[in-house]
Design a protein around this ligand. Structure first.
Ligand SMILES: Cc1cc2nc3c(=O)[nH]c(=O)nc-3n(C[C@H](O)[C@H](O)[C@H](O)COP(=O)(O)O)c2cc1C
Length: 171
């Protein structure tokens, strides 16, 4: 489980993301592919700045999943009360994670409902001794009412995305 954080001018935010994969074997120039919804507030910051930070959640951070995956930064300040760190370029970093990687976008594919980004990792830190939070554990640790809300949001997002995909057509 990851939280992608971003900043553009004075606005910053973060969102849960799971669709992140390595995109090269070259050890000196790490790259990733990430798949993001253009409906998310975080996406607007990324689109404008060309950069984002991948924060890998630690096993004890399941409580951050509703905050970053259920509500939008358009409605609340998700960083309120968190001790936010900074990358060298000033992007926000979550505390207590397994580590983070700042990424600079080099290519994008628009599929209507999603934007698929290829990005270079430009700075990264690992916090030793932390165990990554697995998706199954993150869900099994949510209270029943939050779990229902997560499942309902997932269902509704699929319906909204279907409309975006249809409007866009198949490339
Ligand atoms: C388990 C889980 C995985 C998710 N994976 C992604 C993802 O890979 N890409 C994405 O764009 N949104 C993903 N989301 C949805 C966003 O985290 C969610 O819509 C969030 O509220 C957007 O916040 P924002 O509007 O503040 O950016 C995921 C949500 C959950 C709960």
């Amino acid at each position: 489980m990851f939280v992608i954080t971003a900043r553009h001018q004075h606005r910053e935010n973060g969102q849960i993301a799971t669709w992140i994969v390595p995109a090269t074997l070259v050890p000196d120039s790490p790259r990733v592919v990430t798949v993001l919804s253009p409906r998310n507030f975080t996406h607007s910051l990324i689109e404008n700045s060309g950069r984002f930070v991948i924060n890998m959640l630690a096993d004890e951070q399941a409580d951050l999943v509703p905050l970053f995956g259920l509500v939008s930064g358009n409605e609340i300040d998700k960083f309120d009360g968190l001790e936010i760190g900074r990358t060298a370029t000033g992007l926000p970093v979550l505390p207590g994670t397994c580590g983070w990687a700042e990424c600079a976008i080099i290519a994008m594919i628009d599929s209507g409902d999603r934007r698929i980004y290829l990005a270079d990792v430009v700075e990264q830190r690992v916090n030793p001794g932390k165990v990554p939070l697995r998706k199954a554990d993150a869900f099994s640790r949510q209270p029943a009412d939050i779990l229902r809300l997560l499942q309902e949001k997932h269902r509704l997002d699929g319906i909204k995305d279907a409309l975006l995909q249809k409007k866009f057509g198949h490339p």
